[in-house]
Design a protein around this ligand. Structure first.
Ligand SMILES: O=C[C@H](O)COP(=O)(O)O
Length: 261
């Protein structure tokens, strides 16, 4: 089964809603819509920017889709500061990042909470982008594949096979995030391939063949083509390089197989 490449730009805690409008327009100006046939182009703005991105993309198809960077495990109620699945779905979000290493580290998110967020996203019709990845010391000890596979299985706990098809997996080695130290294509393929094999073992070959597995960590236009040579690397979760409209457009065009716009 051919999987459509996916490039998702995680803006993290950057850009106010005016700047979000400017960046969305810049991406759209730099990347003709014809590329959307070959690559899914997604942005993941901060919560405060989502309405602006929605308004901008409602009429004209400036991007393939957009989403959020987090979701509450609860649907509503006294959870100050949380943003719920129904709220995000109402804003037209298609994707939600779950289990990013920055949330695991700075907000002490456990595998159990990550799993509840995965289920919350699916319950409201959005695809979770489930992030897994090892710290440098785990890699140096040679335990990276097991570590990532364990995070994957824990994140998907309790899901039916049919639901797993709607999940996107992002392998993001923590040591590569925002450091400029990108994994080699072989490193990315090793873990992405192992994650797909784990999906096949637990949910069957049809599901594992349908799920998109992304690589994330210092991805830019200069390395995306090489990284995507791996059979199991279906695109990228991009941080820093997604904040530059021209660079992000170039990266998406390369993920589509070119030519450059
Ligand atoms: O979500 C995106 C990743 O954390 C990668 O960030 P980066 O491209 O700035 O290394």
């Amino acid at each position: 089964m051919a999987r459509k490449p996916l490039i998702a730009g995680n803006w993290k805690m950057n850009l106010n809603h005016f700047e979000a409008i400017a960046l969305t327009q810049k991406i759209a100006f730099s990347l003709p819509a014809k590329y959307f046939d070959k690559v899914e182009v997604v942005v993941l703005p901060p919560f405060t920017d989502i309405r602006s991105v929605q308004t901008l993309t409602d009429g004209d198809k400036l991007l393939s889709k957009y989403g959020a960077q987090d979701i509450s495990p609860y649907d509503s109620g006294a959870y100050t500061g949380d943003v719920s699945g129904p709220m995000l779905a109402k804003l037209g979000c298609s994707y939600v990042v779950v289990g990013h290493s920055e949330r695991r580290e700075y907000h002490a998110e456990t595998d159990e909470l990550v799993n509840r967020k995965v289920r919350a996203a699916l319950k409201h019709g959005m695809s979770p982008i489930l992030c897994v990845g090892e710290q440098l010391e785990v890699r140096e000890a040679g335990n990276h594949v097991q570590h990532c596979t364990d995070q994957l299985i824990a994140g998907l706990k309790g899901l039916k096979a049919e639901q797993v098809k709607d999940v996107v997996i992002a392998y993001e080695p923590v040591w590569a995030i925002g450091t400029g130290k990108v994994a080699t294509a072989a490193d990315a393929q090793e873990v992405c391939g192992a994650l797909r094999a784990a999906l096949a073992e637990k949910y069957g070959p049809e599901i594992s063949a349908a799920v998109r597995v992304l690589y994330g960590g210092s991805v830019k236009s200069g390395n995306i083509s090489e990284l995507m040579k791996g059979d199991d690397v279906d695109g990228a979760l991009v941080g820093g390089a997604s904040l530059d409209g021209e660079e992000f457009a170039k990266l998406c065009a390369l993920a589509a197989g070119g030519p450059l716009p």
